[in-house]
Write a protein that binds this ligand. Structure first.
Ligand code: HEC
Ligand code: HEC
Length: 360
């Protein structure tokens, strides 16, 4: 190939690579279509603190009360005070708070829990939240007028507006001036847009100087449980979730002994199993397969303790293997053990460990 031709060939190849028609997957442009303005608008329902996006409309405290009782009471209580489903919406605010814009009970800590109206600084947030998310079981089922009405009712419950009040897009800015915690929110933190690193960066609200040398005063953080109380609440290890790295201390043993969460977790692989680590592997399988949610080794939980099963079926490997896979009920009580999604080999390994006495 002449130099000129090879140069052309390279150029053609480079051109081919750079050309989108060659690189692009075939026919993607046939898939989907641009969303129409109307579709975008149907999703674009956010209401901002300056009320950008707020639909026009109005609703009275009275209408709001009717709607509240029909639609919201089941979960939030008649006066928004229920904590059955969620923390209370109403309570903990005073006339002085409406005056000052700072919720005193937040600083004093004398109200149990923080209700919605104690925390939220902006009425737009309440309006927006109800409009997009409530009622929980039928979100986006309320009209703008419904949301004005039910918001007016909540404002009345919180003693922010009188009982004959009608809330609308025209007077909502005045209501904002009465929100109990309107001055309780600071924008002087690193998470507010504009304050991030490299812009008008503001330090996070936890401020400490890192000591890099001669740090004699550095605090030592420790925690301890008296040995006598170690197992008071049952074996923590068996109560831990069976997913994730947390194992929990084995509180049936003295601290620092095998199984303590603070010691290294011993991972037993096939090699150890060949060397006689079968019980360790069985215990691992019990964790991995979710059995630990219902069974403790020595503690009766939803299902019987393994040591008790072991006493009932000494040597019953085949039977136990089948029962682990099929589940069942009636042998220990009325609660059913669901069938387990576990291989026969793994079920057998656990069954062998149980049938041999379920020793840890
Ligand atoms: C089926 C139960 C249920 C119903 C009915 C219901 N809510 Fe809620 N509401 C919840 C739950 C649960 C949350 C918290 C949801 C979350 O944080 O994800 C919540 C949160 C809220 C919040 C925000 C509170 C906060 O501090 O974040 C408001 C305001 C609210 N609901 C108002 C209403 C109104 C108004 C109605 C009636 C139109 C209503 N809810 C109906 C269950 C319900
Ligand atoms: C959702 C809870 C739950 C889970 C998960 C669970 N079990 Fe059970 N298990 C039970 C209950 C409840 C019983 C008692 C059933 C009965 O009364 O017959 C039981 C019984 C048993 C028995 C005794 C059966 C008999 O015939 O006496 C064995 C063995 C057993 N489970 C092993 C396991 C193993 C191994 C796993 C994990 C692979 C597991 N279980 C997962 C709840 C559970």
């Amino acid at each position: 190939m002449s130099r000129l031709r090879s140069a052309l060939a390279v150029a053609a190849l480079a051109g081919a690579l750079a050309s989108p028609s060659v690189l692009a997957q075939p026919a993607w442009e046939d898939l989907g279509r641009a969303a129409t303005d109307a579709e975008v608008q149907a999703w674009d329902i956010d209401v901002r603190p300056d009320f950008t996006g707020l639909p026009a409309g109005s609703g009275s405290v009275d209408d709001g009360m009717d709607l509240w009782e029909e639609t919201c009471t089941v979960c939030h209580g008649i006066f928004g005070e229920s904590n059955a489903i969620f923390t209370p919406l109403i309570g903990g605010t005073t006339a002085e708070d409406v005056e000052s814009g700072h919720v005193g009970s937040l600083a004093r800590g004398d109200h149990p829990g923080a209700t919605t109206f104690m925390k939220v600084p902006t009425i737009s947030t309440i309006w927006d939240y109800i409009y997009r998310a409530m009622p929980w079981d039928h979100p986006k089922s309320l009209s703008p007028d419904d949301v004005y009405a039910v918001t007016a009712y909540l404002l009345n419950l919180a003693d922010i507006v009188p009982a004959d009040f009608e809330l609308s897009n025209d007077n909502i800015a005045e209501v904002q001036e009465k929100m109990p915690n309107r001055n309780g929110m600071t924008l002087e933190h690193a998470m507010w847009p504009g304050n991030e690193f490299g812009t008008g960066y503001i330090k996070p609200d936890v401020q400490a100087e890192a000591c890099m040398e001669n740090c004699a005063d550095e605090p030592q953080i420790t925690s301890e449980i008296p040995e006598t109380e170690r197992n008071t609440w049952g074996n923590l290890r068996e109560q831990n979730r069976s997913v994730g790295p947390q194992r929990g201390a084995d509180t049936t043993r003295p601290e620092g002994k095998l199984g303590d969460a603070r010691g290294p977790v011993k991972v037993v692989g096939p090699k150890d199993r060949a060397a006689g680590g079968a019980s360790a592997r069985a215990l691992e399988l019990i964790q991995e397969s979710g059995c630990a949610a219902c069974h403790g080794v020595v503690r009766t939980m939803i299902g019987p303790a393994y040591v008790d099963i072991a006493k009932r079926y000494p040597g019953g490997v085949d039977y136990l293997t089948g029962r682990i896979i099929s589940g069942g009920s009636g042998d220990w009580g009325d609660v059913q053990m669901p069938p387990q999604d576990i291989s026969e080999a793994d079920a057998r390994l656990i069954a062998e460990w149980i049938a041999a006495g379920a020793e840890e």
